[in-house]
Ligand binder design. Structure first.
Ligand code: SF4
Length: 503
């Protein structure tokens, strides 16, 4: 077997990771192998990440969602960082990026990897900047040292800003918002100060060697993504994309898995075009989009402005969506922001899967609709993407238990409840009966696990995280998706969450 999932797939080997992914996605393992072999999907699975439950990212599979966590210069302790990981997985993140820029970077990263059932991604450039103290002082040796150490620790995928080149910088001069990627701005400053080509581009082959050794997946950073609609789809963005296409092919030649990051801020009528262009330029390598925000006018609601773009991107073929919280552009997200951001993005991903008519993707919707029409309130809550939110909203006005049997809610009231009126009319023979006898059987659904209500995928990892029955973590686990007990932690998450972060 080769050193990476890609090499194994190309040699015709179905690995245990591919088998597991096939089960989770309800797909044939040979199909999974072929997708990985062709570079159309990645299984980010560093050979040192023992707690990992393997997952797959690719346009033929259920759309995935990433959440960013990590400490800042002002906050950092192990317990808080563990709670952040728990919160992200709890609310349904398929991967988590540790974008820490504070202290104890090594310890926190190690802890995340040790406890995380989902792939962990990083941006090694951040640690390099911390160690060099100034972006201009970063050396290629330092970059390789940091990347190798993080690979040895078990990081599953790394954002590498190798696509921004010295010749691209003049193309940004007419922009409204310049270079908004954190890593991109650092690399641009380095090139200006040193008068040399991007150091990550210079040592790209060496990075490939390290990645191949530990099976780290590239997440090729889009350093020149637009930070505003005014800059969307400009020459700078597309010039870098061409370089990312070349870097994709160079990584494949070294047996390294690749996904490619994308924008940012894009108007609705250009979202599909962006996805199609990336797929063409990068030969189908999975597209990992940050939003995109489809309007710039709604600070405070950017989980919505971006989830609209994310849903469109998912339908057009994006494989993973990096969440954006309501705090984007404004400040540090707290736990409620993470909850809102992940809910928005899980909706976008699921809507994209329905739009793409993935097998069984709509079964969850059908089951919930049936419970709704049957006035089965408890089942509605259980099936809801965020059960606690659904139950709380209902109980705000009708908290008593008997209203869980009621054939109305407080929105229209008993007299004007249209579903009650409709049912009564059908029961009285005034209208034809519905043909809804067959209930959707979620147990028999062909949907991928992420398109079904939670089934406790990550229970094992949760007990490891918090200890079975401990007060700060549910004994029944960090289940993937909804239906999980609330964490009590007050969180201060990473400084950036999506459209302008490197995740
Ligand atoms: S009262 Fe209105 S919103 Fe509530 S269940 Fe009936 S139709 Fe639906």
């Amino acid at each position: 077997m080769g050193r990476t999932q890609l090499a194994a797939a190309q040699n015709g080997t179905v690995t245990t990771e591919m088998e597991r992914v096939a089960t989770r996605e309800n797909r044939d393992s040979e199909f999974v192998r072929q997708q990985v072999a062709d570079g159309q999907a990645v299984i980010p699975a560093n050979r040192h990440h023992d707690a990992l439950d393997p997952m797959i990212i690719g346009r033929e599979f259920a759309t995935k969602v990433n959440a960013n966590i990590g400490n800042s210069e002002t906050t950092s302790d192990r317990e808080t960082e563990l709670e952040k990981l728990h919160t992200a997985v709890h609310y349904g993140a398929d991967t988590v990026m540790d974008l820490s820029t504070g202290t104890d970077l090594d310890e926190i990263r190690e802890m995340h990897i040790e406890h995380s059932p989902v792939p962990i991604g990083t941006v090694p450039l951040y640690e390099a900047v911390k160690r060099a103290e100034s972006p201009g002082d970063i050396t290629t040796d330092l970059l390789l040292e940091v990347i190798e150490k993080q690979a040895e620790q078990g990081v599953d995928y790394m954002t590498i800003h190798a696509g921004i080149l010295a010749e691209h910088l003049p193309l940004t001069e007419g922009r409204t918002t310049g270079i908004v990627s954190r890593g991109g701005s650092i690399m641009a400053k380095w090139m200006e100060e040193n008068g040399e080509q991007n150091p990550l581009f210079q040592v790209y082959d060496e990075i490939c060697e390290i990645f191949a050794e530990h099976d780290v997946t590239f997440s090729l950073g889009d350093s020149l993504r637009p930070g505003s609609l005014a800059d969307a789809c400009d020459e700078a963005q597309y010039a870098e994309l061409d370089t990312l296409g070349e870097l994709t092919r160079r990584a494949w030649e070294k047996d390294v898995q690749v996904m490619v990051e994308g924008p940012g801020h894009i108007p609705m009528h250009k979202v599909a075009e962006n996805v199609e262009r990336q797929q063409e330029v990068c030969d189908g390598a999975p597209f990992y989009v940050l939003g995109p925000l489809v309007t710039d006018i709604a600070p405070g609601y950017d989980h919505i402005t971006s989830a609209i773009g994310a849903a469109m991107a998912a339908q057009a073929g994006a494989a993973m969506l990096c969440y954006v919280t309501p705090k984007e552009h404004l400040g540090l997200p707290d736990e409620e922001d993470v909850r809102d951001g992940l809910a928005a993005y899980r909706i976008a991903a699921h809507a994209g899967d329905i739009g793409n008519e993935r097998p069984g993707a709509r079964d969850w919707d059908d089951a919930l609709s049936e419970a709704r029409y049957a006035f089965d309130w408890r089942e509605q809550f259980r099936l809801a993407l965020d059960p606690d939110r659904a139950r709380d909203s209902h109980d705000q006005t009708l908290p008593e238990d008997n209203y869980k049997e009621a054939r109305f809610c407080s929105m229209c009231g008993v007299e004007f409840c249209s579903m009650r009126i409709d049912q009564d009319a059908r029961a009285a023979g005034e209208m034809a009966a519905l043909e809804t006898d067959t209930k959707t059987d979620l147990d028999a659904s062909p949907a991928a696990a992420v398109n079904l209500p939670p089934v406790g995928t990550h229970e094992g990892a949760a007990s490891e995280l918090f200890g079975a029955g401990s007060d700060d973590g549910p004994a029944d686990g960090v289940e993937k998706g909804n239906g999980i007990d609330e964490t009590e932690a007050e969180l201060e998450l990473t400084t950036e969450t999506g459209a302008e972060s490197d995740g």
